[in-house]
Design a protein around this ligand. Sequence first.
Ligand code: PYC
Length: 310
Amino acid sequence: MRVIDSHTEGEPTRVILSGGPDLGNGSLADRARRLCDEHGWIHTGVLAEPRGHDAMVGALLVPPADPTCVTGVIYFNTVGNLGMCGHATIGLVATLAHLGQIGPGTHRIETPVGVVTAQLLDTNTVRVTNVESYRLHAGVTVEVDGLGPITGDVAWGGNWFFLTDFHQIDLTMDNIPALTDAADRIRTALQRDGITGTDGAEIDHVELLGPARSSTADGRSFVLCPGMAYDRSPCGTGCSAKLACLAADGSLAAGATWRQESVIGSTYDCTYVDQSPDRIVATIQGRAFVTAEATLIFTADDPFRTGIRA
Ligand code: PYC
């Protein structure tokens, strides 16, 4: 399996160029389901130890169903699929540029939750225009074991998020274990209380929000991804969900830039345009750097051929 690794504002992406499973030629959503149902080992085999680690996100390239797209892609992490992934789209575009497969300009990319566009601004800088984002519920309160009542919004940004202003623990790197534990407790409380996205979709991302530390940023976040890994980048789909909430509150005008800082201090510049009632289309700009080109080897009698499952 041929892969290229990159990181986007600190968050790793592993693009599978060849050697991935054949998922047929249904819709991207059908092929994403087949990846989980028939080839579930890929998630840990490609991304988890001993070949990777918990924070990695995979990008399996597949032929697009929409011929206007440069590629189709299915994003996944060690525990399952992601709908969209902002940082991995930036990493994918930098990877395709590194391979000489695309040049500067705008490129359409098909994901299981819709087509996104990505503008390659220079070798490393990419601006992604995401699928539509929206806030589903405002001001939802859950009683969280060990934290007390926590109030936040439920929003879609290509994945489902619970976003809450969080003041109990500073959003700094030395607090990552405590932040991970807090976000996981919130996610557990949401599940316990049956609080979901549209059509009962699981809210699998929790975004803790606080003040920026840099004077040039507008806010800081800690994002817990499905599983127990946190996003090193400011989380592209999480920023989209955040912008949907800001727009719904009337706190950020269409076209204005919001600079979101991650828990490690990296940033995305984000803007939005209004879409049909109560929806926005967010644009996320950040930088990705290619870190490795590799061939993954899956030896038949390797006891950890399919990765170490947590
Ligand atoms: O950038 O959208 C994102 C993302 C989701 C999970 C990890 N990164």
